[in-house]
Design a protein around this ligand. Structure first.
Ligand SMILES: *[C@@H]1O[C@H](CO)[C@@H](O)[C@H](O)[C@H]1NC(C)=O
Ligand SMILES: *[C@@H]1O[C@H](CO)[C@@H](O)[C@H](O)[C@H]1NC(C)=O
Ligand SMILES: CC(=O)N[C@H]1CO[C@H](CO)[C@@H](O)[C@@H]1O
Length: 454
């Protein structure tokens, strides 16, 4: 799937190359005639918060200041709005926009409104309003609602991550009944989808503002939209560096059955501690995407608090983790597996030595990346370990009967605990993801962003 033809320099490809350049020039010229896309508007920055009850992240980007849940795998923006069709704007059902929105229909979901949506419509009315299917990523429920225009507002930034005045804008989003808010944080009025789909929040902002197809998350504190540096402090808190240029990148992988998903090419998982290294004995091809069905693959989600693994993958990972603990522990020190505390499976008692700068001395979990990633993704201490009464538990769980936060049947969903305290740069122009790994370990943090000084 990833095998790309190497460029062959001969007259024919040169000729083709010229034609491609020419046609893209023509495209550029025709675009610049339609004023809106010609100027590059300043990038935007929004604050994120973590809800202590649900562990979900919310973003303050709506004009009315009510929070929306951040759903990295979500294809739409949706919010509760007045149910009467007269009280909100609608989109023509035969428009190209509507056709695009219809393609974002969740493949399977349980409808909460059972058709009640239609009660507000005049019987026999000829009105043609585009309706779509907003999805609650936590309960797996969806509803039917008009596509409408939602009023938003957020700060812009001038490239040094200083906050600039707020700007108001509108995005297309779905109206949802308040019943769809079940299990979301108190006060939240909907969901902001950040998928690679055309109607996600970043895709719409990119199209409106021409500021580059890029966004960044630094959970649980902020998000940026557009091509902007992200300055975070290095150990000396007076010195800031642009982390987007300092971090490793991995290509993003496209799942043909879930093109909106942010998948990364993980080939293997290993655990190391001191001199011990244990490779998870995964079944052959366990992490691959089946391009025919879309099953498998490793995908990112902000709506599962912990990484979840398909049971066969989890079993192999757990055995490797346990092996690394037993072989890697300092000789003669007590270290034993203890009864797990819900919802965890792998818990240990005993002395994990304290490290001077970043927490405990614990095994490193390495996600081995392929396809030309510049580094492997290593998880360490607070990016996976959770302290509970009397034990330390690994915040990585087998997939259970509860809903799947991402469409399809991925092999691994990397969740909030593993994404927090990391700068993640979604560079969709270059189809790649920048990942800083644990910022605390580098004596930096998402909170060190210089606009938090205000
Ligand atoms: C951005 O704004 C800050 C504060 O207003 C200013 O000090 C800085 O020079 C500006 N940077 C650029 C690149 O315009
Ligand atoms: C990732 O880890 C594997 C196995 O240890 C190694 O062969 C590979 O070179 C590493 N990749 C990078 C980019 O460091
Ligand atoms: C929505 C938002 O985050 N607005 C902020 C913009 O920046 C000013 C400070 O310059 C804050 O006070 C606002 O809260």
């Amino acid at each position: 799937m990833s095998a790309q033809a190497k460029p062959i320099h001969n007259a024919r490809t040169n000729d083709l190359f010229h034609r491609v350049i020419l046609s893209s020039l023509v495209l550029l010229l025709s675009c610049s005639c339609t004023a809106a896309t010609s100027d590059r508007q300043p990038p935007m920055i929004s604050k994120i918060a973590k809800d202590p009850v649900t562990s979900l992240y919310t973003i303050s980007i709506k004009a009315d200041q009510s929070p929306l849940v951040v759903d990295l795998a979500g294809s739409l923006v949706w919010s509760t709005c007045p149910p009467s069709a007269a009280a909100h704007s609608t989109v023509q059902c035969d428009s190209a926009t509507c056709a695009m929105a219809k393609q974002q229909c969740p493949p399977r979901c349980r409808y909460v409104d059972g058709g009640r949506f239609w009660e507000n419509r005049q019987p026999g009315s000829t009105e043609c309003a585009c309706n779509v299917h907003p999805l609650n990523p936590v309960t797996g429920e969806c509803s039917t609602g008009d596509l409408t225009s939602l009023a938003m507002s957020t700060n812009t930034t001038n490239g040094t991550m200083e906050l600039r005045p707020e700007e108001s804008f509108e995005v297309l989003g779905a109206c949802a009944p308040s019943r769809l808010l079940t299990s979301l944080p108190v006060g939240a009025t909907g969901v902001a989808g950040l998928s690679r789909g055309p109607l996600s929040l970043p895709s719409q902002l990119t199209a409106q503002r021409g500021f580059g197809n890029k966004f960044a998350l630094c959970l649980p504190d902020f998000a940026t939209f557009g091509d902007t540096p992200v300055y975070l402090s290095v150990p000396d808190p007076r010195i800031y560096i642009d982390y987007t240029t300092a971090i490793p990148y991995t290509p993003l992988v496209t799942n043909p059955a879930n093109t909106g998903g942010h998948y990364i090419p993980v080939n293997g998982i290993s655990v190391s501690w001191h001199a011990a290294n244990a490779v998870a004995a995964l079944p052959r091809g366990a992490l691959d995407i089946d391009v025919r069905t879309g099953r498998g693959g490793v995908v990112l989600s902000t709506t599962t608090p912990y990484t979840i693994m398909r049971p066969d993958v989890f079993r192999a990972f757990a055995m490797a983790f346990d092996d690394a603990i037993m072989r890697g522990k300092i000789p003669m020190t007590p270290m034993r597996r203890v009864h797990a505390t819900e919802p965890f499976e792998l818990c240990y008692d005993g002395a994990f030595p304290m490290l001077k700068r970043s927490g405990y001395d614990m095994p490193y979990i390495k996600l081995e990346l392929g396809n030309g990633a510049t580094r492997n993704w290593t998880l360490f201490n607070s990016n996976y370990m959770v302290q509970v009464e009397g034990a330390m538990c690994v915040g990585i769980l087998p997939m259970g009967p509860r809903g799947m936060p991402v469409a399809g049947e991925p092999a691994v969903v990397i969740g909030g605990k593993q994404l927090e305290d990391n700068l993640l740069v979604f560079d969709l122009e270059k189809q790649r993801l920048g990942f800083s790994m644990l910022l605390r370990y580098q004596l930096s943090s998402c909170r060190s962003g210089n606009f938090f000084r205000n």
